[in-house]
Design a binder for this molecule. Structure first.
Ligand code: PLP
Length: 388
């Protein structure tokens, strides 16, 4: 049985070209980048090259990139770092109801320490209204954090517009670009952002590495103290093989992003069209056009997402019912509730995220298998029978 992986929003396979680039940094050039000898300096040179490359991908300067252990750390660094560095100026933060837990939980932590957080609502497609951002600003607002694209429903937010509002009011603006970096073109100046989070494993790089872009002049404090790595902003011996892999992944993404984006969007459209045609009482979640090229999220009435997921898995097809982090809980997704779905409908949702390995035949296989699974599950559903 050909196994089909449609969960690229959770993580991507590490590209073999990335693995090859990483290998010498485990056994040959294994030095500590802080060491003065040649072993150390090889590692140091390698990470500085990657810093240039990451900066180049997003239109930043090299010294504005800080390596982290991933997207979660980058989000925590941005939120807590800016909040605590600017608390004399104000204690109000604006974010949205659909952020990743890395942002929401950091905000909840800050609320317990005296900060006030506004969680903006979104419309039925998951879009944040820049006017709502404007209205929420007070003279105590120090930070706005809105994700570039949502990891569950794929909606792409009006970041440049919100950034302009933040800039006019001289408020720091952070965006979680974990789902977009390496997939959509990004320019930090065009987006008007001061901080931007990146994660390597979402762009075919290794897990456990990422970066935070911090615009020069941004007031931020560090929260990992120790050595002088990352110009005192993030202590700990650098994850050299990880960073090298991240750099190779960035290089490949920069070259292949445009073409791959078009290919994925066409496969995505084929999948959406096929699902809507073949299955009744199903709705597409997320914005129909302003969405990630690889994201399909649907709610199917009268079936449980978990049942669909397990049946698809038995058929060799890996998907998700919400974000990877929440797939072990039975709580309906906060994102689906925020776009106005009832808890029951939200429970019947599936996310299918395509990637480099996805081919047309995979989409056709899903379109062959999924309607049969749903038909079988609905036949067992008392609610569906009652309706019929
Ligand atoms: N932010 C978003 C939007 C994500 O999708 C994820 C991963 O699921 C993260 C942050 C966390 O990134 P990491 O797994 O690198 O900590």
């Amino acid at each position: 049985m050909r196994r089909i992986y449609l969960d690229h929003a959770a993580t991507t396979p590490t590209d073999p070209r990335v693995v090859k680039a990483m290998l010498p940094y485990f056994t040959k050039s294994f030095g500590n980048p802080s060491s003065i000898h040649s072993f150390g300096q090889e590692g140091k040179r390698a990470i500085e090259e990657v810093r240039d490359r990451v900066a180049n991908l997003i239109g930043a300067k090299s010294e504005e990139i800080v390596f982290t252990s991933g997207g979660t750390e980058a989000d925590n660094f941005a939120l807590k770092g800016v909040a605590f560095a600017n608390e004399k100026k104000g204690n109000h933060i604006i974010t949205t109801a659909i952020e990743h837990p890395a942002v929401i939980e950091a905000c909840k932590f800050l609320e317990k320490r005296g900060f006030k957080v506004t969680y903006l609502p979104v419309d039925r497609d998951g879009l944040v209204n820049p006017e709502d951002v404007k209205k929420a600003i007070t003279d105590k607002t120090i930070l706005i954090s809105v994700m570039h694209a949502n990891n569950e429903i794929g909606t792409i937010e009006p970041i440049a517009e919100i950034g302009k509002i933040a800039q006019e009011r001289e408020i720091y603006f952070h965006t979680d670009a974990v789902q977009t970096t390496g997939h959509l073109p990004i320019d930090v100046d065009k987006l008007n952002v001061d901080l931007l989070s990146i994660s390597s494993h979402k762009l075919y790089g290794p897990k456990g590495v990422g970066a935070l872009y911090i615009r020069k002049g941004t007031r931020i404090i560090s929260f990992i103290h120790g050595g002088e790595q990352e110009r005192w902003r993030r202590a700990s011996t650098e994850n050299v093989p990880g960073i090298v892999g991240f750099g190779k992944a960035v290089e490949i993404a920069k070259e292949e992003m445009d073409e791959e984006g078009k290919r994925l969007a066409s496969l995505r459209n084929r999948l959406i069209k096929g699902i809507l045609e073949r299955i009744e009482e199903v709705r597409l979640n997320g914005h129909p056009e302003k969405r990630l090229p690889n994201n399909v999220n649907v709610s199917v009435e009268f079936v449980e997402g978990e049942s669909m997921l397990l049946n698809l898995d038995l058929a060799g097809i890996a998907v998700s019912t919400g974000s990877a982090c929440s797939s072990s809980t039975l709580e309906p997704s906060h994102v689906l509730l925020a776009i106005g779905l009832s808890p029951v409908i939200a429970h019947g949702s599936l996310r299918l995220t395509l990637g480099r390995g996805t081919e047309e035949e995979d989409i056709d296989q899903v379109l062959e298998v999924l309607p049969k699974i749903i038909q079988r599950l609905r036949a067992m559903s008392p609610l569906y029978k009652k309706k019929g």
